[in-house]
Design a protein around this ligand. Sequence first.
Ligand code: FAD
Ligand code: SF4
Length: 556
Amino acid sequence: MRLRSGPLLLGGRNDTFLLSLGCLGSSHESYALRIYPYVVRGADGPVKEPRLILILGDQLSPNIAGLQSADKDRDVVVMAEVMAEATYVPHHPKKIALVLSAMRKYAEWLKQEGWTVAYTQLDDPRNSGSITGELLHHATNFGATKVIATEPGEWRLNTELTDFPLPLTMLPDSRFITSTSDFANWAKDRKELRMEWFYRDVRRKTGLLMEGDKPAGGKWNFDSDNRKVAPIDVRPVPPPAFAPDKHVSAVLDLVEARFAANFGDLRPFSYATDRDQAMQVLDHFITHNLPHFGDYQDVMIRGEPTLWHSVISPYLNIGLLSPLEVCARAVSAWTLGAAPLNAVEGFIRQIIGWREYVRGIYFLKGPDYVSSNALGHSRKLPDVYWGGETGMQCMKEAVAQTRSHAYAHHIQRLMVTGNFALLAGIDPQQVHEWYLSVYIDAFEWVEAPNTIGMSQYADSGVLASKPYVSSGAYIARMSDYCAGCVYDVRAKSGRMACPFNVLYWHFIDRHADQFRSNPRMAVICRSWEKRNASDRAQIMADAEELLIRLDQGEPL
Ligand SMILES: Cc1cc2nc3c(=O)[nH]c(=O)nc-3n(C[C@H](O)[C@H](O)[C@H](O)COP(=O)(O)OP(=O)(O)OC[C@H]3O[C@@H](n4cnc5c(N)ncnc54)[C@H](O)[C@@H]3O)c2cc1C
Ligand code: SF4
């Protein structure tokens, strides 16, 4: 049975019937649905009415569950660019451009594959502005009474779809190795949900880097060989850059016209926007940067935003790459002798370990998880996060590259911007909204556990066994930032002391009652308490002064 255009017939839903009219704008020939009188004819048997197959902007995988359960001859794929999704936080313009460009190219591919696609562009005058509004609109157009969706990656949309007035089947997102119910089973009866145990189970389940039932190389984790300091003689090769094609150019103009006020530079835009390009980024990483990935995973160098990182998170998160294919490529580089085991193990751990684990936590803990605030932090996010003036070279560097590229690597997110927010006691909700807005790979299922749990310890240790905090010494060791800073990283107190140094002890002091019972924090609390009283008083006074300056909106 096929959906075919045909004569406009008025009639009941027997073996030939009119589905409806669809008319969405006029200027976008290749995407907008024009007037389509659709007729469904049964070959011989009874006619089945079409269903709407919803594909969201981060579900652009060729094998997405909704598509796999659909019938090309019967169903209509619905894709919609809507303001509700483009504005729930002030997304970086590059992130909006990536998602819209990739959606349009995916829709094009679907059509070439013979699917019927009802695509709504953002500037379509009849755009209802929301996903559910578009579903209702197309249900009327096509006479569809059922919707098939793949579960969205955030509670917000999940609730919106659950409340949808027509019957809607929500399929599990099979792109993940661990389903949300598998994760809930794994978590059941465990006192602590540590990533390392979860990761080992996924290694066993997938057979990745396994030799029988033993880990390759005799160890599960090679971190002790990793995390070296910044090298002088080895340099990373930046990821490939893609010139905007006609789809991307049209989207860039649209985003420029509508989202110019959002934080972040739209141009130049060189991210991959389809599966072929994303595969090129992956190939490039495997060939050039994977061999050093483990060694220099934590390094930060001025003017080198991507270093030896893969920069594939945007493509994994919107579905252009799949986690297992990425890991298989890395493992095969090791098998062929093209990358060492410490690099490959460290890399796949991020994907089958951390990535799957944070998603498990997000769905296990429910919609209230993002509002956690275990440390009671309430300070306003300072302007420096939006590009405000600062003498702190590390913050300046991390924010400037975030503004230009919508990208910062893990250690910049965790140990610079995240560390500062936690030490300064910034409201975790504001920190969460910032991360969700400014990064090209930010989708709530992955961003929120990383921010609320790993970075801000706002979930009281569900995700991390201790807060990820450090003084300036860690940043000095792993980066070349401190050399160009107005502050002195070696000074422990005084007006020119590195703000991380004094805020670190202020943080320990104000939460000591809570941390003393944590075996991983107790030693630090004791070492603070053993310091002489005048040192402690000086550090506390310096930290208080910094916090007052922050509260007054003064740049640090
Ligand atoms: C506060 C904070 C917020 C973050 N927000 C996001 C986010 O919105 N989206 C996002 O994808 N990642 C997020 N991360 C995790 C991590 O920083 C990014 O995945 C990584 O920087 C992406 O760059 P890359 O592709 O070059 O990663 P690489 O360093 O090359 O790592 C390879 C892949 O491993 C995965 N990965 C690595 N670390 C993590 C992690 N902690 N959690 C989940 N996946 C991981 C990513 O898919 C990544 O592409 C966040 C981390 C922190 C500390
Ligand atoms: S001295 Fe402190 S504030 Fe300056 S770059 Fe180093 S760590 Fe950052």
